[in-house]
Each structure stands twice: as structure tokens, then as C-alpha cells.
Ligand binder design. Structure first.
Ligand SMILES: [Zn+2]
Length: 425
């Protein structure tokens, strides 16, 4: 069994190396296009306009040979004319995935209702793809929201896997959709100044996000990683993608298929990110790692504190308290690190009196929230604070033992984690 596994690992390693050696130069980039047939549907109710936008989008994809992956919102396929638009995507050799029927927000929907919407979208798309001998392989979470509880995250992931739909992450989340309304309004008003300004801002915003997320992905994995760009099937895109794609090509990106990009272990990396909003994959992974680092840092601090106590070094034991720390016991409140240190010195005048201390964390909670980034998108903040419940036990030289619980609040100050509040009981 073990030998079989080793051979399998070797075979897949060789296959991966060969694939890498055979891959054309350039950083693989998957272009994903959400909200088909036409995004911003309430702006585009006129069918000839929907047809024109579709034709323009497909023309620019063909010009740059982009093997894009489109995601359909099935309730937006209003009639046979919309079905015909999707047929054009398929005829262009592009793959279509499921983006639910009603574009539900998992953060605001119970799991059962959400899964019914996922299935309605899948079934609708499957009926279209069946005519081409295909089935839906890919899924995109609306708003990129994968659940605000771990239970939701796990349940929906399991259901997707069971139905053969692979969730396609976004690594470059860029708010391109927010330019659609100003673009369409300016075009309808014949306002060329506003059109030019919107075009400039679209390009700047997308370039900024491409560069930021490329740097973040490479930093996280220590190598150039594949990327997944999020775009929407809208009119501003139809006008702006030619310039965007030309810029991407000049920057060394190579338009690649979903199968190639999803085979990059970085893009396939699991994230346990849970939240009401849906940031890009690199942001999730960076956040996961930041939380883990914060937890590790404070649990290490506790062990160092116990070690300091057990060698009789009260100065080191109290070094982790902030200057203005507050220490609370049933007897009252002590304010400031120096006062906390003095209190310990009075209570434990000798090494023998101190005994042997153990500190075992019981629960840790990190304090963080969502904050808007420069493009107005909700991003998880760093972990700024952390609360920790620990069980303490003191074994004295005379054989007696005392134990209890403590609630510690940590803040990060100038790169160091410090106790700002300590309630021991
Ligand atoms: Zn969407």
C-alpha cells in the first residue's frame, strides 16, 4: 500500500513537472465572467442591446484567444432569445458554469433555501448543456460569499462536491461591476467626458487589483502562482476588455483554461475563511494565516510566562503586560504593569512561595472585522486583539495545589502582543 502510494506520488510529480515543462511561457490567468447572460440586468432590458453586448464581449474574447469561463444566473435567462445568447457562448467554445438561479447571498439565506437555489441554477443550465452532451462542472458563489458560519460553509461545500460542481475561487476580485451604471448612464446621455473618466477609472481599478493580488499570491506561496480574474458580462466590459487584456498580455499573463489554473495547488488551496462577506482567495488565505499566527503567538507567550514564573523571574513574567494593563481579581483592581509586578512580589516573596505554574489555553477568540478597501470592497481586517481563557494550576512546595481560570485580553502594540486586561479567578 505504502509503495503504491509512493509510486502514485512519483507519477503525479513527474506528470506535474512535465506539464510545467510543456506549459507555454507566461503566468496562467483564468478569466471568469459572472452574471450571464447579461450582468446588471435591470439596466439592459432591451433585447437588441443584450445581443449587442454579448456579441461585443465574445468578439474581444476571441481577439485575445481567452478560454473564459462564464457563470449563468438562471433566473436571468428570461426567454428563448436569452437562451440563444448563451448558445453563442457555447458556440464560441467557452464553458458555462452555475451561478445559482436567483443569485442568493449565502450570508443572508438559510442553507436549505440556498441549496435549493443552487440546484435550480444547476438544473436549468444542465438542460441547456445536455443539448451539447455536456454537464455543469463549475460553480461560483454569488457575491463570493461562502457562509458566515462554519456549518454553512461545510454543508454547501459537501453538497457541491456531491453534485459534481467544483466551486471556482476568485483571486483577483476587482469591483468591475461598479463601473457599469456610470458607463451606461454616460453612454445614454452622450457624455463623452464621463465615458472617458469611467474608462480611465475602470482600467486603473482593475490594474491596481491585478498587481496587488499578484504580489499577495506570490508572497503567500513563494512562487509565481496562477490567477483567477473576476469580470462581469456587462457593457463597460465589452468596451474596456480589449485594453485590459492587452495590458495583461504586456505584463506577462497568459490566458489559460479553468482546468489548467485549477490544477495549481495554490488556487486549489483550502481556506476555512468564514465571514459575512466574500473576499478573494489570497485575502482569505492571508487572513487564515494571520489568525493562526496570532493564536500561536499568544499561546507561545503563555508558555514563556509559565517558564519565567517557574524559574522565579517575575520581571519576565510581567513583561507581557502593557504599561497600562488592568489586573482584576475578586479582591479588586490593580492598574499598570508596575503595580501588577509589585503585587506579585508581595504575594510571592520567595521562589519557594511561587511553586510551579502551568497555563493551559481553553478558548481563544480573535477580534477582527470587515473594512472597506480603496475600491469600496469589504475586506477582513488584521487581527487587532484577542481574548483567551486559560486554566491555571499552581503546585506549591508543601504539596498543596491551587487552580482556577483566567480571562486575558491581548492587544497588538508595535508588533508585540501584550496583555491589556487580566481577570483571574
Ligand atoms: Zn454574480
Amino acid at each position: 500500500m505504502r509503495r503504491h502510494l509512493a509510486v502514485c506520488t512519483l507519477v503525479s510529480l513527474v506528470a506535474a513537472t512535465l506539464a510545467l515543462a510543456q506549459a507555454p511561457p507566461g503566468r496562467p490567468l483564468l478569466v471568469t465572467i459572472d452574471d450571464l447572460p447579461v450582468a446588471g440586468g435591470r439596466l439592459h432590458t432591451d433585447q437588441p442591446e443584450r445581443a449587442r453586448i454579448t456579441a461585443d464581449l465574445l468578439a474581444v474574447l476571441a481577439r485575445h484567444k481567452v478560454p473564459a469561463l462564464g457563470f449563468v444566473v438562471w433566473s436571468q435567462v428570461k426567454d428563448a432569445r436569452d437562451t440563444a445568447l448563451l448558445e453563442q457562448w457555447l458556440a464560441a467554445g467557452l464553458e458555462l458554469g452555475n451561478h445559482t438561479a436567483r443569485h442568493s447571498d449565502l450570508g443572508k439565506t438559510d442553507t436549505e433555501t440556498y441549496l435549493a437555489d443552487v440546484e435550480a441554477g444547476r438544473a436549468g443550465l444542465a438542460s441547456l448543456l445536455a443539448r451539447h452532451g455536456k454537464t455543469p462542472r463549475f460553480f461560483r458563489y454569488p457575491f463570493l460569499r461562502e457562509g458566515e458560519t462554519r456549518a454553512k460553509l461545510d454543508t454547501v461545500r459537501a453538497a457541491l462536491e456531491q453534485s459534481g460542481q467544483r466551486a471556482v475561487p476568485v483571486t483577483i476580485d476587482d469591483q468591475d461591476w461598479s463601473f457599469e451604471e456610470p458607463w451606461v448612464k454616460a453612454r445614454r446621455a452622450g457624455d463623452s467626458t464621463a465615458l472617458a473618466r469611467t474608462a480611465e477609472e475602470y482600467q486603473l481599478a482593475l490594474r491596481l487589483e491585478v498587481l496587488t493580488q499578484t504580489a499577495l499570491g506570490d508572497e503567500l506561496f513563494g512562487r509565481p502562482v496562477a490567477q483567477v480574474l473576476l469580470l462581469h458580462a456587462n457593457e463597460v466590459g465589452a468596451a474596456q476588455w480589449d485594453a485590459l487584456f492587452t495590458w495583461l498580455e504586456s505584463r506577462g499573463y497568459r490566458f489559460a483554461t479553468a482546468d489548467e489554473v485549477l490544477a495549481d495547488p495554490a488556487v486549489a488551496a483550502p481556506s476555512s475563511f468564514v465571514g459575512t462577506h466574500g473576499p478573494g482567495l489570497w485575502v482569505r488565505i492571508a487572513h487564515d494565516r494571520g489568525r493562526e499566527a496570532a493564536r500561536t503567538a499568544v499561546t507561545t507567550l503563555l508558555q514563556e510566562q509559565a517558564a519565567a514564573w517557574n524559574r522565579g523571574d517575575l520581571d519576565a513574567f510581567c513583561a507581557v503586560y502593557a504599561d497600562d494593563a488592568v489586573f482584576v481579581t475578586p479582591k479588586g483592581i490593580t492598574r499598570g504593569r508596575q503595580a501588577v509586578l509589585d503585587r506579585y512580589r508581595t504575594s510571592y516573596p520567595t521562589r519557594e512561595a511561587m511553586g510551579t505554574l502551568t497555563l493551559d489555553p481553553v478558548e481563544i477568540r480573535e477580534a477582527w472585522g470587515f473594512e472597506p478597501n480603496p475600491l469600496g470592497d469589504a475586506q477582513p481586517s488584521r487581527v487587532h486583539g484577542l481574548s483567551l481563557v486559560a486554566h491555571w494550576k499552581l503546585q506549591k512546595a508543601d504539596g498543596t495545589e491551587a487552580s482556577g481560570l483566567t480571562l486575558l485580553v491581548f492587544h497588538r502594540q508595535a508588533g508585540r502582543w501584550l496583555i491589556v486586561q487580566d481577570a483571574s479567578m
